[in-house]
Design a protein around this ligand. Structure first.
Ligand code: PLP
Length: 394
């Protein structure tokens, strides 16, 4: 058969770092091993029943069998505005300040192409969600990495950026609660960000994927809660994590009108909007009963406590995440993040994600997902306690 080579653009896309690890996990499972998979970020709980019921009801309505309006249904945009007002006290104009997305990932990959020309500069957190790099590659833009370090609570230190890069930068990605570090943002940090953005004309794209997951009674801050935020940026929200709707592919961008209209223009060319029944169900999720969100948050917090308390009881001095459903654990001295992840997989049949897969500054850490039951997490701790290397180190 003829082989048609992919374009240079496709070849320029970043390689999937975790593919080899996922393959190895598959091999262990096919050999009958009970692998505890703490490496991936797929919510394990079902979508709440009232949201599924709305989808079922909406799926039989012939109006939803037609094309949806190109930029999405106005009732969903209104639901988004109601959600921001209710949850964050932020006023959003649903006609100009909301774009409906096929999940957060789609928006995050589209944005560099909406705002950047080839060779333009974008500031990207390191470690960070790997899909940021995909959008940047498609836009043929240049990245300047912003290190997230433990001694700065995994917030970028803007004083470390050089003036030339700041002058060139047109866009900055941020993400709090943070994947992979579990860090949360503060008001002061967002204020500093808004000042920097307005001084240097940088558009801030705050990825708020884990907006609903904050621990110890702390509700994560929306970037838009800060005065002046809408002037300089947008927030990307997804229903994937808040309502366990990862498979449904629905999210939205909110904030700066010019950026929202750029996203809508791009999407007019790429797609017709989401299935109407998914939009109805998404509106129900945002405006319907919210006990499910509280319960989910409590579930993740209990899991976090099982994992962190368990590991600390072994003498491993790990940090507890403040938000997101990930724990970011410093690996024992003498091991790289990949070596340590391989030891956990080979000797304890536990999969974790090596930090280096999230960027250079992820080296020295592994990311552990809180997407397995308390029992499984306790079992993981028990398996770790029996590791030889662990006994030698601690
Ligand atoms: C930091 C971050 N942003 C965005 C997303 C995208 O989520 P979705 O495309 O399901 O909305 C994820 C998903 O894992 C994520 O971890």
């Amino acid at each position: 058969m003829k082989q048609f080579p992919p374009s240079e653009l496709l070849n320029s896309l970043p390689k999937q770092f975790f593919a080899s690890l996922v393959k190895k996990v598959g091999e262990y499972i096919s050999q009958g091993y009970d692998v505890i998979n703490l490496g991936q970020g797929n919510p394990d709980q079902p979508t709440p029943a009232h949201i599924v019921a709305k989808l079922q009801e909406a799926a039989v309505n012939p109006i939803n069998h037609k094309y949806s309006p190109f930029q999405g249904h106005s009732y969903l945009k209104k639901a988004v505005a109601d959600y921001y007002l209710r949850e964050y006290g932020v006023t959003i104009d649903p006609t100009k300040e909301v774009a409906i997305l096929f999940g957060g990932k789609a928006g995050l990959v589209e944005i560099p192409q909406c705002l950047l020309n080839p060779g333009d500069t974008i500031l990207v957190p390191d470690p960070g969600y790997p899909d940021y790099l995909s959008g940047v590659a498609l836009a043929k833009a240049e990245m300047v990495m912003m290190p997230l370090k433990e001694d700065k609570n995994f917030l970028p230190d803007y004083t470390e950026l050089n003036e030339k890069d700041l002058e060139k930068a047109k866009v900055m990605f941020l993400n709090y609660p943070n994947n992979p570090t579990g860090a949360v943002a503060t008001c002061e940090f967002f204020e500093e960000t808004i000042k920097l953005a307005s001084d240097h004309d940088i558009c801030i794209v705050h990825d708020f994927a884990y907006g609903a997951i904050g621990f110890d009674g702390q509700k994560p801050l929306s970037f838009l809660q800060l005065e002046g935020a809408k002037e300089v940026g947008i927030e990307i929200y997804t229903l994937s994590k808040t309502y366990n709707m990862a498979g449904w592919r629905v999210g939205f961008a909110v904030g700066n009108e010019s950026v929202i209209s750029a996203i809508e223009l791009m999407q007019d060319h790429l797609y017709v909007s989401l299935f109407g029944a998914v939009q109805e169900a998404a509106a129900e999720a945002l405006t319907g009963p919210q006990d499910c969100v509280k319960e989910l948050n409590e579930l993740y917090e209990r899991r976090r406590n099982v994992l962190i308390d368990g590991l600390r009881s072994l003498g491993w001095n790990v940090n507890a995440p403040n938000g997101s459903f990930f724990a970011w654990l410093k690996v024992p001295k003498g091991y790289s993040s990949s070596e340590f992840a391989n030891i956990l997989l080979d000797q304890a049949h536990i999969m974790v994600a090596p930090g280096i897969g999230f960027g250079e500054f992820g080296e020295g850490y592994v990311r552990v997902g809180l997407l397995s039951s308390e029992e499984r997490l306790a079992k993981a701790v028990e398996r770790i306690s029996r590791l030889e290397i662990f006994k030698k180190i601690y």
